[in-house]
Design a protein around this ligand. Structure first.
Ligand code: UD1
Length: 435
């Protein structure tokens, strides 16, 4: 089994390029199912394992999809005889596959999917998705681990979400594109990935207004057509490199990072004493690695993203003083901190709040990734720990980072991926110096 082998080294210096956004490309790929005519061409598609899984699901459904790895492009042709059953095999591996529900229900009046799985970061029900479909006129039943929705036709209506769920907003938005009449969805998620999805749908022929605000209006149309679209850059990957540079210290330019999408993170980094330069198509981080303690609370966009929580706690662990991290979006997202105990991190967790006293003198250890962002956080912590850190369960990392080790090495970090077997820390340290 491959592990990420990490040790502290020089400061990080240079340029790094972020990929397309995972959380934008997945719903956009699902949206290609809405096109009864033409082919869709998705550009700037990141080569993450979740993206491969989504294309496999599309192929299973008879929407022919192909990834061009040399150009980061995906073509999808859903104009043929698409099926409407998404089996356990796919959905259990990736919660995001539940967003095929809205498009399939809208276009074919039927969908059946296994109850979703995904990262183990909380209960993550889909009650809001289901309520939305029912409000549009569908009958939804859940039996033996499957959710099935049926409708002769969907009819536009007013929907108020109890919570601005990202997935529910996407699913209901897509279902409403082909409904009869107008749908108004209130208290929707405002994430940049929702705006990207709405832009894609509008190019396909949908009539959506208000994406990026908390009320979205959708005027139903008769049909949608395949189109070309360029996915926005991944703000979480960009944010991960911002935190890595802040913690390790150095001077890093993160190309294609859209600073507007990362304002809460940028303002917290500045509060910690990090220099952040916001450029039109990049963000530059200059840090001496000496950080001041700050308090953070995760919130739906435009608040501090839960997907940056794990990485940011490493900055808090390395900061001078007492910091608080409050996780309000998912109820079980401090699992990486429990792993960090083995690395000598000093913190207390009570309910949804971690109180962190820093700076800790981190010690390299063998740790396991517990979800996608935890994987990145543990690797960053290895870059400032004494000795060698081995991070396993890299399948989590691969869900949302491509060539993470290569990109860090490009910045001068001592990190590499391999089977470590019985190799001693001395052997691994030498190997890191040689790659
Ligand atoms: C999406 C992102 C994920 C991110 C999350 C929050 C994708 C592929 N994934 O996940 O990276 O961490 O947004 O920013 O875009 N909830 C309910 N009922 C529902 C739906 C959600 O109670 O029907 C709860 C969830 O349990 C969770 C919270 O709402 O506590 C947020 O979930 P949601 O915004 O739906 O996240 P996802 O779409 O799953």
């Amino acid at each position: 089994m491959e592990q990420m082998i990490v040790k502290a080294g020089h400061q990080l210096k240079g340029r790094v390029q972020v990929d397309g956004a995972k959380n934008a490309v997945l719903p956009i790929l699902a949206a290609t199912l809405l096109a009864s005519e033409g082919q869709s061409l998705i550009k700037n598609a990141p080569l993450f394992s979740d993206v491969y899984l989504m294309t496999k699901l599309l192929n299973y459904l008879n929407a022919n999809s192909e990834i061009d790895e040399d150009h980061n492009e995906i073509t999808v042709d859903a104009s043929g005889k698409v099926t409407t059953d998404a089996p356990f095999e796919y959905v259990s591996k990736m919660r995001a596959s539940v967003v095929v529900m809205g498009p399939l229900l809208a276009r074919f009046g039927h969908v059946k999917v296994a109850m979703p799985g995904g990262c183990a970061i909380g209960a993550r029900p889909i009650d809001l998705h289901i309520k939305g479909f029912e409000a549009l006129g569908a009958t939804v039943t859940t039996t033996s681990g499957y959710v099935e929705a049926k409708a002769d036709k969907l009819v536009g209506t007013d929907i108020f979400l109890d919570f601005p769920s990202v997935g529910a907003t996407q699913n209901i938005l897509m279902a409403a594109t082909l409904a009869e009449g107008t749908t108004t969805i209130e208290n929707v998620a405002r994430e940049p990935e929702i705006v990207d999805l709405a832009n894609f749908l509008n190019k396909m022929g949908a009539k959506i207004q208000g994406a990026g605000t908390d009320i979205i209006k959708v005027k139903g149309v008769d049909k949608l057509t395949g189109v070309e679209h360029m996915v926005i850059p991944d703000r979480i990957e960009a944010g991960t490199f911002m935190v890595a540079a802040a913690v390790v210290g150095g001077d890093v330019i993160i190309e294609d990072a859209i600073s507007e999408h990362n304002q809460p993170l940028i303002s917290k980094l500045k509060e910690m004493g990090v220099q952040v330069e916001e450029r039109p198509e990049a963000v530059r981080i200059v840090s001496d690695g000496k950080l001041k303690a700050v308090n953070v609370k995760t919130m739906p966009y435009p608040g501090f993203p839960t997907d940056m929580q794990a990485q940011f706690t490493i900055a808090q662990i390395m900061a001078e003083g007492s910091s608080v991290m409050e996780e309000t979006v998912f109820e079980n997202r401090f699992m990486h901190l429990e792993e960090m105990r083995r690395m000598n991190a000093n913190f207390n967790i009570s309910g949804d709040t971690a109180t962190i006293t820093g700076p800790s003198q981190l010690q390299g250890a063998s740790v396991q990734a517990t979800d996608l962002r935890a994987a990145a956080a543990l690797i960053i912590s290895g870059l400032v720990a004494d000795g060698i850190t081995r991070v396993s369960k890299l399948e989590y990392l691969d869900r949302g980072y491509h060539h993470f080790d290569k990109k860090l090495r490009q910045l001068g970090a001592k990190v590499g991926r391999r089977e470590a077997g019985n190799l001693s820390n001395e052997d691994l340290s030498e190997w890191l110096d040689s790659i």
